[in-house]
Design a protein around this ligand. Sequence first.
Ligand code: F6P
Length: 413
Amino acid sequence: KMKLAVLTSGGDSAGMNAVVRAVVKAAILKGCETYVVREGYEGLVRGNSDECKTEKVSGSKGQEDSLLNNLRFGDGELLKDGTSDHPTGRTLRGRYIVRVGWDDVRGWFAQGGTLIGTARSMTFKTVEGRLNAAHNLIKEGIDAIAVCGGDGSLTGADVFRAEWPKLVSDLQAQGRITAEQAKQHGHLKIVGMVGSIDNDMSMTDMTIGAPTALHRICEAIDNIDSTASSHSRAFVLEVMGRHCGWLALMGGVSGGADYILLPERPPTVDSWEDQMCDLIKGHRDAGKRKSIVIVAEGAHDKNLKPIHADYVKDVLTERLGLDTRVTTLGHTQRGGRPCAMDRILPTLQGVEAVDALLDATPDTPSYMIGIQNGRIVRVPLMEAVKMTHSVAEAIKVKDFDKAMSLRDPEFVE
Ligand code: F6P
């Protein structure tokens, strides 16, 4: 019986809970024992302290010894020092790898953020940390993990898998696991799903959380539109997306922006300021009462000089005399209820992820589950990560055509 754990890592995104729900339910249906790891890789490193034994509680399918319903998720005390006493009297001290069942994840597809927590773990980046993580998994008998996170989190999973045989033999040499345990857990199975609002991963058309973030931006533009129109104002909206302009571009298209500034495709003209002002003046002359400019947080000009929303505001104010305001959407784009697509995509991918873990052999590569042309696909995880990094490299050397064609191989000017 495969024992499988699911964790969320890196920045949260809408749809992560739906991933956990889908993985847990699909795995139970396929006869696996299911666990969640709280607080991302940090939870793997911390594991379960020995005095913390799983109690038997009654429940339905796969739920027999689950404690999850009794944990207080999001409770800062749990994360700060790993200790907390639950009101029921159960000791939850140092419990990060938790057995879960069917009922634990009921209704999770509709919840924002990640209920099992996420963290940017520094300790997992050290060999010592990964050694503890391997030990904690072996103690629980787990040798398959599904990770939902960004490219850094998925790379971490692949490194862990590659290093696993050495970690196991070191643990045995240190007397922390038996020869029998080492033999039983010779191979770690991993699978990745991309949780990122930025839609910044290559080899998948959509990342989990991006559709919801886009809806937020679209709604925000609608809201701003009416007030901008009333006062005949200009608004500069800064949207998230780190190195990726997908949210800015699609948000701008869905909300009818006048001008959009992206990292992958900076304006090629000598003065984008002139270009922007000419366009907006043209729109105003044609009778438009409001102007909207979208700036991706990673936007820059063709010489890689960062373009900030405040600077855009100054240009519009000084050159066109427009009464201009700046709105930074920030984390309102990331939190909140997932839209339908961020329930469907994680559900389909979670089911495929379990199948990929069940099929995995030491010779198969680590897979990332993606979606291409409407079909759920398995792609070699490190190939996708490498291609994603190449976009950043291309931007760094100002090869913007290459950046665009890496984002979309069919891209034409
Ligand atoms: O990658 C997701 C993202 O929301 C980016 O769009 C943004 O740049 C970053 O995370 C913000 O990170 P933090 O929540 O740590 O400020």
